[in-house]
Design a protein around this ligand. Structure first.
Ligand SMILES: *[C@@H]1O[C@H](CO)[C@@H](O)[C@H](O)[C@H]1NC(C)=O
Ligand SMILES: *[C@@H]1O[C@H](CO)[C@@H](O)[C@H](O)[C@H]1NC(C)=O
Length: 145
């Protein structure tokens, strides 16, 4: 009896498509991340509500506005005023592209600048879903103090 071995060569065709790592946070994941990024603890409930309303906690959300500007990322930061495509710029001195990654440190610094300058009410999503509500820190296990 002879054994016949079939060798099957698999050809893997991999096409490299540069893609943003889109991250969708859970409510508690987001709460922890905001605390790590030094958001004022008493305001984290408001930020979580704002982000749920603006981007559904999705770091790669992009909305093209009527005036051609784009609202980017978790906080839906607008490209016209706050960042620049291709190089650092805007009032936050950041690259707009960086607002779509799963690293939210630049987003966080910029969101705080916007909030200090214009307040939460500049975010339509905050006005719609969070304004006037009592929004305590979400209760999550193992929050840093
Ligand atoms: C997050 O947003 C991106 C860009 O809009 C989208 O392609 C992706 O499907 C979204 N992820 C989820 C889980 O909704
Ligand atoms: C464009 O629209 C966005 C969102 O409505 C706003 O934040 C931004 O200031 C506007 N920019 C200009 C130049 O009109």
């Amino acid at each position: 009896m002879s054994k016949v071995w079939f060798f099957v060569g698999f050809v893997f065709v991999s096409v490299y498509v540069p893609e943003f790592e889109s991250k969708v946070f859970t409510k508690c994941g987001l709460t922890k991340e905001l605390l790590q990024n030094k958001f004022d603890r008493t305001l984290v409930g408001n930020w979580v509500c704002l982000i749920e309303s603006e981007s559904a906690k999705n770091t790669s959300k992009v909305i093209v506005k009527a005036n051609g500007s784009k609202s980017l990322g978790l906080f839906q930061i607008n490209s016209k005023d706050w960042c620049k495509f291709g190089s650092k710029g805007g009032k936050c001195n950041i690259k707009c592209e960086d607002l779509l990654t799963d690293d939210i440190s630049d987003d966080s610094v910029c969101a705080k600048i916007i909030q200090q300058e214009l307040g939460f009410r500049t975010w339509e999503g905050w006005m719609r879903s969070c304004y006037g509500r009592k929004l305590p820190l979400p209760s999550c296990p193992n929050l840093s103090s």
